[in-house]
Design a protein around this ligand. Sequence first.
Ligand code: GP9
Ligand code: MN
Length: 714
Amino acid sequence: MLMKKVKKQFKKFWEKTKKVVTTIVLNPKRSLIFLMNSFVEMISQNVLFFVYLIVNLFVTILLRYFTIHTWENVLNIPPILADLAIITLLGSFCFFMKRKHQFAYLFTVTMVLSTICLINSLYYTFYTSYVSVSLINTVKYLFDVSDSVTENVFQTKDLLYFFAPVALLLVHLRLKKKAMIEPEKRERPKAIVALSSAGVLALVFVSLLEPVDFGRLAKQWNREYVVMQFGIYTYHVNDFIKSLQPKFTSMFGYDKAMKSFREYFQDVPDIQTATNEYTGIFEGKNIIVIHAESMQAINLDLSFNGEELTPNLNRLREKSIYFNNFYTQVSSGTSSDSEFTFNTSLMPTNIGTAFVSYFNREYVSIPKLLKQKGYYTFSMHANNGAFWNRSVMHKSLGYDKFYSKSDYDIDEIIGLGLSDKSFFRQSIEKIKEINEKGQPYYGTVIMLSNHTPFADVDKYGDFPVDIKEDMLDEEGNPVLDEETGEVKQVVYPYMEGTSLGNYFKSVHYADEALGEFMDGLEEAGLMDNTVLVLYGDHDARLPKADYRRLFNYVKETDSVLPKDDPNYKKVDYFEYELLRKVPFLIYSKETEESLHTEVSNVMGMYDVMPTLGNMFGFYNKYQLGKDIFSTTDDNIVVFPNGNWMTNKIYYNTQKGTFFPLKEEEIPEGYIEECQAYSENLLEASNSLIVYDLIKKEREMIESDSDYIEEKVEE
Ligand code: GP9
Ligand code: MN
């Protein structure tokens, strides 16, 4: 019966289409007018539906505008088509309902879609990434933090996301008042038209994609790229499907994962074999690791009005082993990914995060290896212990104690919580107590203040990021202020009022806090037998436009050099990726006295564990990185999104393009070789974590040796 009905309707639809096509071919002008009239009629008869489409599409464009920022991305056609297809598809079901129920349905869908966009927008402000079902536990951190954060995360602009439901409601009320709601008739054919339109939109969207896009969608490494190319809703559908993967790991893919894991580690020795001049130099010494929130390497090279942006870090750099070509390898787990890779030399996972989704796997980590050498291990961070699941994961990584928010007196708040200065002051007291016990220790202190959105400008202290110059008269003589007698000044705004400018102010504060911490450690005699390790955990993800202003400012016009100016410094994709470099240094009395050096070999966060391992005498067979001092010019830093870099090039896997870093020819097969290396490494790392392969391998070895022992006894 139903089939018959559908068949009949389809026949009718087909006849009509044929008629339309014939008319168009025979009389294009008349048909164009006819088509336009029909379209106008269609809209006038379905005002609510079309308003639903427009407002919901607008909200998705708004989301891309507020997050990805550049207009070229915002107005990119594929995501618009993809989002419109899904909005149309969802909306089309209203035509299966009675007319009086249609508004309620469309309104509910609009509320849900707008809320999805709003949550993504808030999440992006906080994590510079999009929400993932596999990260659902982390969404709560948005609301879990102090009031000031909630204020910073929720900005007035976010109210715009409510435009869609409000507009739809207003249109509905107006239609109702004017009694413009159509009588109930012929709704089903409309459903077919709407569903077919969604299908056509989806087809056009797919036809615009390149084959490589599908691979990227499947990997879902680069969330921003997926949203930029596939739209927010396709991203979520895909993310949902991918999020089911960890739940089925024991059922599918185990053999393949084990194979890639075994192949990757088969030639790796079980014990440290290579040695160099740094082998064992710090054995037995205490270690304090400073996790410097959002600290980028460029900060160390900047000055404003003759004042260094980071005088304390600069002072430290001069006395340390400083790695000036160091990159973190974070994915959506940002801070937590940095902590993870630092401590395990593994890469972040491509779905979820190690800290939240894979906290219960077995890892070989720095705290565990040092504990075997008699160390006491601890971590300190003045945020909620639940943030990034740290209270659970730090235990799993082998820290004996995690001092979190509840262990601190929250006496001064900046940004996300306790100010770094107060945090360091209180931490020194705790480290003193630990030190008194006489056991060597490994402690990680995680900073907090220098965190996006860098909005607490009035609390960072006075550090103008403008340009001040003496005012000169026509003959070039300084102009004096009649009242004070001092030279008058001209002020150019430069970075004042920009996001990057606010970031610099925050960085200056963080640097001051670091300086106080260093002095405090020194005064307490805690540096005498201690090695300090400092890393920037990731970049601050600030707009490219702000960097363009930083490098190309024309003070006379308060503008930026034109792009065709020979002095114009470009900040496009590659330049921006390179700006994400962070500082990494190792400091001790020994480095101050004689070991100070700068290492320029490109290095990733996963190289830290092998490098420190060589210095402190521990070794992890499952480390992905290399001891930088046993590595010549061939080091490679693989990023979680599949990009990689060497001393020669930065390679963008997504686009298959590269940026040369040296003026030398790229050897034949070089890119293919590095690409294969990166893919194998990412695959092995992900398999190891998701399928808990260190544990599986250990259990296998243990059961084999039990078996051998039994045989021997027999
Ligand atoms: C939160 C802090 C920030 O406690 O470490 O984490 P992030 O947002 O940088 O990942
Ligand atoms: Mn961070």
